[in-house]
Design a protein around this ligand. Sequence first.
Ligand code: PLP
Length: 342
Amino acid sequence: MITCRNRQTLASDNFASTHPKILEALTEANHGHARAYGYDELTAKATARFCEIFESEVQTYFVFNGTGANVLALGACTKRFGAVLCPASAHINVDECGAPEWQLGIKLLPIATPEGKLLPAQITPHLHAMDSEHHSRPCAISISQSSELGTLYSTGEIAALAEVAHQHGLYLHVDGARIANSVAASNTSLKKMLVETHVDVISFGGTKNGMMYGEAVVFLNKSLGQEIKFMRKQSMQLASKMRFISAQFLALFEDELWLKNAAHANKMAKLLQQKLETRQNLKIIYPVEANAVFVQMPKTLIHTLKQELFFWTWDEEQNIARLMTSFDTTPEELHHFVSKCE
Ligand SMILES: Cc1ncc(COP(=O)(O)O)c(C=O)c1O
């Protein structure tokens, strides 16, 4: 008997439940009154905790969701006449209903990338005529780690992008909705991946890694975050009962739960890849480096599978499905999915 949960288990990591330890933390935080809007004890602890896990004096601002985090982070990097260079597949370009453009008045300059990753050589052709008022002036580069196609930038690749950005007066933003998966998969630290590579600001994901809701905008370049608290309020991302977001992040960092959750999701993606590769009729399209598997399958199979299972078709023309694992994916669920891929 298939439950609703395992029918949808590979749809996305934000289809997943909330980790029990996060729920416990929410219950624990639910005592008495606390100052609103982030001036409470748990928020002070949680923002201090971010400095510890980044091993650096970062400035952290909690928000409700990933789109809000991206808009705020980019807002800090841009002027109203600015542009942001990003992969064409970037969430900010494809899946945010134009929020960065609408909210900030900026222009996104999407660049086609083979595996969802920008290269420094793709940036420089966009950096001419920076002084001409007829063009939107590039102010930032935005990349996703892991990328929208489930691939990872190495620390060297991130450092090279930061270098080209800074040489031309741009900032580097990382959409880290899945930063935990990236750190867990790369066997490195946030410090090495983001601080030492000179990233300016990161949207740090919680929701896709076991939290009920909540993300953070983390400034590594502190001079950038000066006006963010005003922008957060204006963009309706200031939680009055912020202690409940803070409590979740504290629980996520306790005993490295954030890395354990992410490592499990990554392991399940590798297992899924191995299982799918045994099927002659299926083709894995991108390297499986975090918790996403992109698989090309016959159109008729997609249709048949979807009678019973829910997942997103990433590319309707090429018949590519995106399968995503999470902290609570089980090997049985993978087995069930693959057994249907006849
Ligand atoms: C890479 C990436 N960035 C940002 C977001 C936006 O998150 P939210 O849906 O919470 O606004 C998502 C959500 O799927 C995402 O995958």
